[in-house]
Design a protein around this ligand. Structure first.
Ligand SMILES: Cc1ncc(COP(=O)(O)O)c(C=O)c1O
Length: 500
């Protein structure tokens, strides 16, 4: 056919698309992680690189193969398998393979959801929401209403749904911690709202200075920003810190005084390393406890402060990131608005059924006396112990290296070491048009195959004096090899650029 000159012009160009999307940044899967993927492909093709494997320490994805490779909990996978292929439940051969409680659980779940291939209720299967409510009641000692629980495709989907409801115009402000998990800044860019930053105190285990936070609200409001909500991540990502109950109380009090909705991201609630000193305490529990006070104002805090709490199956000991399961619970949200949230959840039909099943398993682990209990307990304890040991070993190693300071993880799956870079390295970074932390992390990747995220990706930018931060997960299976590779790199880096 003769070629004709076409009048067709691309509809989608960088200038024509939603410009909010261009403003979205998501460092945990940004340039450095793309380069790491590229190295991984090169190693597959047997290309020679200075290292023989890429270690993805940039994202809390515990089951990622081959270097993190946390083994899935057996009970979870047994129930998931049976719900996928229900014919196995009564099959004589399968009975030898699957314990009775796993078969009963699968049967029970299927009685409600019918088939994992069918849509469920838009909030999630009724029985699963009831189980989540029971879990919350047992955890907190206060009632929870299954109708106020929404299952989601991971916590991320829940956060985005809530942001889409909260943000009605470009003048809306949402308080986010710095450093923060970039889901929040990304969602604010996407929905075109104003991030109102509050700064976690690096000298005090990343605690929240509520007075400073109040000032940030006042300053933003003085500039005309309609500050509506505050996001708290507890246990923290990237900081690995756990908030004390007092600190949580102060934050809720502040929310009341300043008329703010609280979004409590509690996806790391099961990753706790100092359970005696810093146990996990939920925002919901602390909010409800205000209701026990004899003071009228405190009772009104419990009845009025709007709270949305998020949880996920991606973290904890399950680490089932790929299944995309999570929930949020609404507290003190007006019924009209709840109706609108329900409508929006309905537009998405329903979250993945296997994600919902994961959530059911998270809130209803095998009980003592049931066939799977012992193995389950052992697997869970082993994972907790391994994470604790790895986090200590890595923090110790960081602290032995010149110019690095790293706090112990109190919770979550990360360490957030502070590194003092020599002036010559800062100069070199500038010459290469890179931020100092980005430069250091790229050099680390190029030399060792270790992929971490620069502090700037969480809003914690390099300081003028050469102080940078980076975030690494504590999930690398070969922790010794990881810390050795890192240590050798750091020493060579200082040899090249001089000591800080
Ligand atoms: C603080 C925080 N919130 C939410 C998420 C997203 O979790 P999900 O996989 O449930 O979407 C993550 C993932 O790393 C996270 O660190």
């Amino acid at each position: 056919m003769a070629s004709t000159s076409s009048s067709y012009k691309k509809v989608l160009t960088l200038d024509s698309i939603n410009q909010n999307i261009r403003n979205v940044e998501y460092a945990v899967r940004g340039e450095i992680s793309n380069r790491a993927n590229d190295y991984s492909n090169q190693l597959h093709q047997k290309n020679k690189l200075p290292f023989d494997s890429v270690v993805s320490a940039n994202i809390g994805n515990p089951q990622q193969q081959p270097h993190l490779a946390q083994k899935p909990l057996t009970f979870w996978r047994q129930v998931a398998a049976l719900t996928e292929y229900p014919d196995l439940i009564e099959n004589q051969e399968a009975i030898k393979l699957f314990p009775k409680d796993a078969r009963e659980r699968a049967k029970h779940i299927l009685q409600d959801v019918g088939s994992v291939g069918a849509y469920s209720h838009s909030k999630g299967a009724q029985s699963i929401r009831e189980h989540i409510a029971q879990y919350i009641e047992e955890r907190d000692g206060f009632p929870s209403d299954p109708e106020m629980i929404y299952l989601t495709a991971g916590a991320s989907a829940g956060v985005q749904l809530l942001m889409s409801v909260l943000i009605s115009n470009a003048n809306v402000g949402i308080m986010i911690p710095i450093p923060q998990y970039p889901l929040y800044s990304a969602a604010l860019s996407f929905y075109n709202a104003q991030p109102v930053k509050y700064f976690l105190n690096s000298d005090d285990d990343w605690s929240i200075d509520v007075k400073q936070m109040a000032k940030e609200v006042d300053d933003a409001r003085a500039k005309g920003i309609d500050v509506r909500a505050l996001v708290v991540i507890n246990p923290g990502n990237p900081t690995g810190s756990c908030l004390s109950k007092d600190n949580i109380r102060q934050i809720i009090q502040l929310a009341y005084e300043k008329n703010l909705l609280v979004m409590a991201d509690e996806v790391y609630q099961a990753n706790i390393y100092k359970p005696n000193d810093l146990p996990f305490v939920s925002f919901k529990k602390v909010l409800c406890e205000f209701g026990k006070s004899s003071k009228a104002e405190e009772q009104s805090i419990a009845k009025e402060v709007e709270l949305v709490s998020f949880h996920s199956i991606s973290k904890g000991v399950s680490g089932e990131c790929g299944r995309r399961g999570g929930y949020f619970e609404l507290t003190n949200i007006s019924p009209d608005v709840e109706g609108q949230i329900y409508k929006m959840a309905s537009v998405n039909l329903c979250p993945s059924i296997q994600g919902q099943i994961g959530m059911d398993l998270l809130v209803r682990p095998p009980k003592k006396g049931e066939e799977s209990f012992e193995l389950y307990e052992k697997e869970v304890n082993d994972i907790h112990q391994t994470l604790l040991e790895r986090s200590r070993k890595m923090a110790d190693k960081f602290n032995q290296l010149e110019g690095i300071h790293c706090g112990e993880a109190q919770g979550a799956l990360y360490l957030f070491p502070q590194i003092n870079l020599p002036q010559k390295a800062l100069k070199k970074a500038k010459e290469e048009n890179r931020q100092p932390d980005e430069y250091y992390c790229l050099r680390l990747l190029d030399a060792t195959g270790i992929c971490v995220v620069p502090g700037g990706g969480f809003g914690k930018k390099a300081k003028e004096d050469g102080t940078i931060f980076l975030r690494t997960t504590i999930l690398a299976k070969e922790t010794d090899a990881f810390v050795d590779r890192f240590g050798t790199f750091h020493q060579q880096f200082l040899k090249e650029f001089g000591t800080p």
